[in-house]
Write a protein that binds this ligand. Structure first.
Ligand SMILES: [Zn+2]
Length: 200
């Protein structure tokens, strides 16, 4: 996802299920531009991420996708705030995860394992399973950006688990600039803005 405020920046959510959630508004967050206005939009998005997919998507698959998307967004938002997700959101994600996903396959064989192309709803299952993976096993790694006035959710896939920002080019750099200004101010005035007794 590219940001539209200020210089261009790129948001890597860290998980395909969160990328999917960010094709629209994520629960409790600022409105993101809706990317799935028509079934074809969903088809194109899926085709860009999953090989060999049949990009023909009907209204019903789009409605399913929007249902799954809002469930993932709502569950991720609650988990990032250390609260248990709503049971309805969990049920929706589990329902999609229980259907056939995109099977893994090796390159280099003589024929395609599947007679037909991968269907959009298989991709939805793969996305739901990714949501189960991050929400189930690593809820502490689903966090809101630490930037001021930024509530973007990401999945921290770094080895150290120390990611703090939606994007370094955006909130990370803004925080650095603020810290630099604060240090410069302290050096100039010789005080930290705190009262002598240490209170703010
Ligand atoms: Zn941010």
């Amino acid at each position: 996802m590219t940001g539209t405020d200020g210089p261009r920046w790129w948001f890597e959510s860290g998980a395909v299920s969160l990328d999917f959630a960010y094709t629209g508004e994520v629960d409790g967050g600022r409105v993101q531009q809706e990317q799935f206005g028509r079934p074809d939009d969903l088809g194109a998005w899926l085709a860009a991420r999953f090989d060999g997919i049949d990009a023909h998507v009907d209204d019903r698959a789009l409605a399913d996708a929007l249902l799954l998307r809002s469930a993932i967004g709502a569950a991720a938002r609650t988990v990032s705030r250390n609260t248990a997700p709503d049971a309805d959101a969990i049920d929706t994600i589990n329902l999609f995860a229980a259907t056939p996903d995109i099977p893994p396959s090796l390159e280099g064989g003589r024929r395609r394992a599947g007679a037909t192309r991968v269907q959009a709803r298989q991709a939805l299952s793969t996305i739901a399973r990714d949501a189960v993976r991050i929400l189930g096993a690593h809820p502490d790694r689903i966090r809101e950006c630490s930037g001021e006035d930024c509530d973007l959710l990401y999945y921290d896939e770094s080895r150290s688990g120390s990611r703090r920002w939606c994007a370094m080019q955006r909130c990370g750099n803004r925080a650095k600039v603020r810290a630099h200004r604060a240090r410069a101010r302290t050096a100039r005035t010789g005080h930290t803005g705190r009262a002598p007794d240490g209170s703010a």
